[in-house]
Design a protein around this ligand. Structure first.
Ligand code: DX5
Ligand code: ZN
Length: 215
């Protein structure tokens, strides 16, 4: 299993130390949660932090934009070295096809995120163009929330849709991931697990990432 630690749960007063920890770990990606206070009821961080992480990170960045009109920021994000995935919410991108093509034309991988109540069937006509689909297993906006069980069935439905359409998209899951929900998600067909509070709240984050990677 590929693991993407979410820096939302890092200590922003000791960001260097926490970035170093992820660099040394078995994590596959850095997951960066950008919030605008409009699409979600919280504000996290923006470009200065993404750029700071990009300068220190030795693994690719997975930028999860919980913001309205994410398509506006394609070129700005593409200029930051190390940004591999630009992750936009289907609910926030009115012209999703245009945004997905723009992300790829700018040299990044295109990922689309679905809120818990958004059905995977809405991806039917775009999934073949995607590099990744991110299913939210909590309502976006905050770390440390409880995993929504319906995500397991939803992951199976997404896996079936990907197979039926011949899509190469990876399945990433975000929210409430721990060793127990992670094992269930592995069985349901997930490729990448985002983990915030479970990693950064652990006594030994490196060991915790290693254990999640074994799922
Ligand atoms: C929630 C964010 C998540 C969050 C996950 O809006 O998208 O990435 O950091 O945190 P945990 O793993 O604590 O649920
Ligand atoms: Zn996220």
């Amino acid at each position: 299993m590929k693991i993407a630690p979410s820096l939302l749960s890092a200590d922003f007063g000791n960001l260097d130390r926490d970035i170093e920890m992820v660099n040394r770990s078995e994590a596959a990606l850095f997951h960066l949660d950008v919030m605008d206070g409009r699409f979600v009821p919280n504000i996290s961080f923006g470009f200065p932090i993404i750029e700071a992480v990009s300068r220190k990170a030795t693994k690719p960045l997975d930028v999860h934009l919980m913001i309205e009109e994410p398509g506006i920021w394609v070129d700005r994000l593409a200029k930051i070295p190390g940004v591999e995935y630009m992750n936009v919410h289907l609910e926030a991108a009115r012209h999703l096809h245009r945004t997905v093509q723009a992300i790829k034309a700018a040299g990044m991988k295109a990922a689309v995120t679905l809120n818990p109540a958004t059905p995977v069937g809405l991806l039917e006509d775009i999934v073949a163009d995607l590099d990744m689909v991110l299913l939210m297993s909590v309502n976006p906006g905050f770390g440390g929330q409880k995993f929504i069980e319906n995500t397991l069935e939803k992951t199976r439905r997404l896996r079936a849709l990907i197979e039926r359409t011949g899509s190469k998209a990876l399945i990433e899951i975000d929210g409430g991931v721990n060793l127990q929900t992670g094992a269930q998600l592995a069985e349901a067909g997930a490729d990448i697990l985002v983990a915030g509070s479970f990693v950064f709240g652990a006594d030994d984050p490196i060991e915790t990432i290693a254990k999640l990677s074994e799922l």
